[in-house]
Ligand binder design. Structure first.
Ligand code: AMP
Length: 410
């Protein structure tokens, strides 16, 4: 079954076309600057599997519907495309950020599901509205294709109340659903599944496995997984909580917010901007939100860049220790996403002196570039617990879920 995976941001439309039976990606692409300044500077870039060169289209894209039109034209382009006709697209999988408490797994999109996604716009104002634009644009342009929603929050719906209830008046949970939700669920689920296969091969049954997954990209989160179920995760009501990130602060004393209001005269939008866009690696280093730039600055002797990296690793290490306690021990720590998959120093610093948890890093394997791009075990041969690097593939999991659900419903 050919499945189109769509991930809409407020000014972007990311997509990937899969042959779901084989898990083979056929083409992927990104329409960017959609709707920005009327969409005049929008750009579409598409890459077919195996091609070196990108196919690019520069055209005005005032909204997601127009952008999707260009995406579909690129996919069926006689020279650069991969499809003879749009009828070949048999299903569409949408990444949806917030599913609240309503969805613990992926679902076929109908009017009820769509209304729920709309309801959660209140708690995910940056993401769910864009996801809805994608859903509506696809329905308009590809009315024949059933659509599935795959939620970032769904995997974490197995958290127990002790992990998701905040220490504030309980009525705020009952009446306003204020609680920890957690995000990046599709990535944590994907890499945990791969890690479970690796541990299973070593003789540890899936139901006994205690896995800690570290998704370290521009956004960062860590999850404790017991027998395949998420039991604790670092992001909260929004994706601002937990680890230090590219531009987000992570954990903070909440009393800082009224202090910023009362003593620095900041309003809610300024505080939101400060904590979400001007903090994290960028805020501490003053250099960049990009970890590669941080390394470059450190090599040039920049002390604040070093501090930013050290805080990043320190907080991660602190969370690994805490989550090993939550799980009563740990069988594997998994690193994934841009930083997790590529940054040997972060992996080394965040697992340093954790031998008491059974975690022994093999420095040679940790630094071996030939192990990149594939699942790799970077712990010492006789390490009781494993340290793994597993490339994430959220799009593939969305395609697999979509094909399974559409297959069953048909
Ligand atoms: P993602 O959100 O998964 O695309 O990850 C983005 C983050 O990964 C950015 O902070 C990048 O700097 C970081 N990253 C990508 N490649 C490398 C690398 N080779 N070494 C260190 N960090 C990297």
């Amino acid at each position: 079954m050919k499945v189109l995976v769509v991930n809409c941001g407020s000014s972007s439309l990311k997509y990937e076309l899969f042959e779901s039976d084989t898990g083979q990606s056929l083409a992927s692409g990104l329409a960017s600057r959609v709707g920005v300044n009327g969409g005049e500077e929008a750009l579409l870039e598409q890459k077919r599997a195996g091609d070196e060169e990108k196919f690019t289209v520069q055209a005005p894209m005032p909204d997601h519907k127009v952008a999707l039109g260009y995406v579909l034209a690129a996919l069926t382009d006689p020279e650069e495309g991969v499809l003879g006709s749009l009828d070949e697209i048999q299903a569409i999988g949408h990444r949806v950020v917030h599913g609240g408490e309503a969805f613990s797994q992926s679902v076929l999109i109908d009017a009820v599901v769509e209304a729920a996604i709309e309801r959660f716009c209140e708690i995910a104002p940056l993401h769910n509205p864009a996801n809805l634009l994608g859903i509506r644009a696809c329905r308009d342009r590809l009315p024949h294709a059933p659509m599935v929603a795959v939620f970032d929050t769904a995997f974490h719906q197995t958290l127990p109340p002790v992990a998701y209830i905040y220490g504030i008046p309980y009525e705020l949970y009952e009446e306003r659903k204020i609680r920890r939700y957690g995000f990046h669920g599709t990535s944590h689920r994907y890499v945990a599944g791969k890690a479970a296969e690796m541990l299973d091969k070593r003789g540890l049954a899936p139901e006994q496995q205690r896995i800690i997954t570290c998704h370290l990209g521009n956004g960062c989160s860590i999850t404790a997984i017991q027998g395949g179920k998420s039991v604790q995760t670092s992001m909260g009501f929004t994706p601002l909580a937990g680890l230090l990130m590219g531009t987000r602060c992570g954990d903070l004393d909440p009393a800082l917010v009224p202090y910023l209001i009362n003593h620095l005269g900041m309003d809610p939008e300024e505080i939101d901007d400060l904590l979400n866009k001007r903090s994290g690696l960028l805020g501490v280093s003053g250099v960049s939100s990009d970890m590669r730039d941080i390394h470059q600055a450190i090599s040039e002797g920049n002390a604040r860049a070093k501090l930013a990296l050290d805080i990043f690793s320190y907080r991660l290490r602190r969370y690994i220790g805490a989550y090993a306690t939550v799980l009563g021990g740990v069988d594997a720590v998994v690193f994934t996403a841009g930083i997790g998959e590529n940054d040997a120093l972060v992996r080394e610093q965040s697992t340093r002196d954790l031998e008491f948890l059974g975690l022994y890093l093999d420095q040679t394997r940790n630094n071996d570039p030939s192990l990149r791009g594939q699942p790799a075990d970077i712990s010492k041969f006789d390490s009781p617990s494993r340290i793994l690097v597993i490339p994430t593939d959220e799009e593939l999991l969305i395609a697999t879920d979509t094909a399974e659900i559409v297959g069953k419903s048909g």
